[in-house]
Design a protein around this ligand. Structure first.
Ligand code: SIN
Ligand code: FE2
Length: 217
């Protein structure tokens, strides 16, 4: 749902989104969602979930994560935010990006070069993600393409300046969202999860997949 402020009724639609945010509610049907969950189970077998840490403080983020693709996004106390070709714990290469996600990228970002990283974020019922920009890539030409699976999340997105106005709405299982053009560096985050709003996963929680191009083509 989209709400323009505490006293405005929430809406689900695209009209109040910041420019450059492309929201495709219900873009992935139940069959594709189930295929993606099966693919993610296999990815997690090969590249186990790890607990990311904030740079410098070492405070753990509330999500657990893994990656697929030639590069994966990782963070820890000592080295901070970065992309690397190996899993930080096993030292092995990340598994490949599943074909349905590559197809989705080609459909929705036909002129962008192929994605190099697919971050898999697992949100438990209490997890959230603070407002941030995705800016660890060395190119911002391609969009960030995000897929929601499982329980609903309250997503917040604003402009490119910290502290500016934001819009909040729910992301549901099967929704796809792109941050592109003037919103590529928009601040965004997840304020909360609504446990029990989807039966896709075996346990309460949410999976977010984020596809990104990391290097210039
Ligand atoms: C992220 O910004 O990395 C995740 C966004 C989301 O979970 O929808
Ligand atoms: Fe992000």
């Amino acid at each position: 749902m989209i709400s323009d402020g505490p006293d405005k009724p929430p809406r689900r639609g695209a009209s109040a989104l910041p420019p450059g945010v492309r929201f495709l509610p219900g873009h992935l049907d139940a069959v594709v969602q189930a295929e993606l969950i099966a693919a993610i189970r296999e990815i997690v077998r090969q590249a186990p979930l790890f607990s990311p840490e904030m740079p410098r403080t070492g405070k753990p983020l509330s999500v657990r994560m893994t990656n697929c693709g030639p590069l994966g996004w990782v963070t820890d106390k000592v080295q901070g935010y970065r992309y690397q070709p190996q899993h930080p714990v096993t030292g092995k290469a990340w598994p490949p990006i599943p074909p349905p996600l590559l197809d989705l990228w080609r459909d929705l970002a036909p002129i962008a070069p192929p994605p190099e990283a697919c971050l898999v974020n697992l949100y438990g019922p209490e997890a959230h993600m603070g407002l941030h920009q995705d800016k660890d890539e060395s190119t911002f030409d391609a969009p960030v393409l995000s897929v929601s699976l499982g329980d609903e999340a309250l997503f917040r997105v604003g402009g490119t300046m910290r502290g500016g106005p934001t819009t909040s709405f729910r992301l549901r299982s099967g929704d796809v969202l792109l941050l592109e053009a003037e919103s590529r560096l928009a601040y965004h985050g997840v304020d909360r999860i609504y446990p029990g709003t989807s039966t896709l996963l075996r346990q309460p929680g949410r999976i977010n997949l984020t596809l990104r191009r990391v290097t210039p083509s």
